[in-house]
Write a new protein. Structure first.
Length: 218
């Protein structure tokens, strides 16, 4: 999907004279956060070069299934308490402070549905880091610590029917049957979506997917 040019200008405005900026992308499950982040990063890389922008999704801070089993949370995977929010906040702080070394960050392997240590690298040349996740605007103290490290948080919105369709399709793509995917969406993802709607602080910007497929400022 194409991006409105003003989105690139707003992202560029977050880059300080020295050091690096951090931009958070938030949204309901299935809203297209990762798609938008990928397209924003690609457009910024085309404008400035690939080493200008880095990507560190919050998904790398999912607790591994072994820990979810230990905590009795395996059936709530994706809920706020199933992430290492403190570790995520600590990484964001290091990304802001350490611009002389390569910073390694965990990724998330969708096929395995597990985090992977040091799967991502943010080079010293990176001037803007983009990160996305469901709970960047959650008012709980452990999530506010992460929000405090970000220069701005943009909220991504899409049509509700489209969001639901995308969410089910993603679960099917990574191994669930259609019935399993629909059940998981209703039981887990929509519960998380309600929490986000009801509890989130206000974003700095709202980005919507227009009917023609363009990402635009609301």
């Amino acid at each position: 999907m194409p991006l409105a040019p003003d989105l690139l200008d707003l992202a560029d405005a977050l880059v300080p004279g020295e050091g690096r900026g951090l931009l958070g992308i938030v949204g309901l499950p299935g809203s297209g956060k990762s798609t938008f982040a990928d397209e924003l990063i690609a457009a910024l890389a085309q404008r400035h070069g690939e080493e200008h922008v880095g990507h560190v999704p919050m998904d790398g801070f999912h607790l591994a299934d072994a820990q979810l089993e230990r905590l009795g949370l395996i059936d709530r995977k994706g809920a706020p308490e199933t992430f290492d929010a403190e570790g995520y906040a600590a990484l964001l702080a290091r990304l802001r402070e350490d611009t002389t070394d390569t910073v390694y960050a965990p990724g998330f392997e969708r096929t395995l549905e597990q985090p992977l240590a040091a799967a991502l690298a943010v080079l010293p040349s990176v001037r803007l880091v983009v990160t996305e996740g469901n709970y960047l605007l959650d008012p709980d103290e452990r999530w506010r610590a992460a929000r405090a490290r970000l220069d701005a948080v943009w909220s991504v919105e899409v049509d509700e029917e489209q969001r639901h369709t995308q969410l089910v399709a993603r679960h099917v793509e990574f191994g669930k049957t259609q019935a399993q995917a629909e059940a998981w969406v209703e039981r887990v993802d929509e519960a998380n979506a309600r929490r986000i709607r009801e509890r989130s602080d206000a974003p700095d910007r709202v980005v919507r997917c227009a009917p023609d497929g363009t990402w635009q400022l609301a």
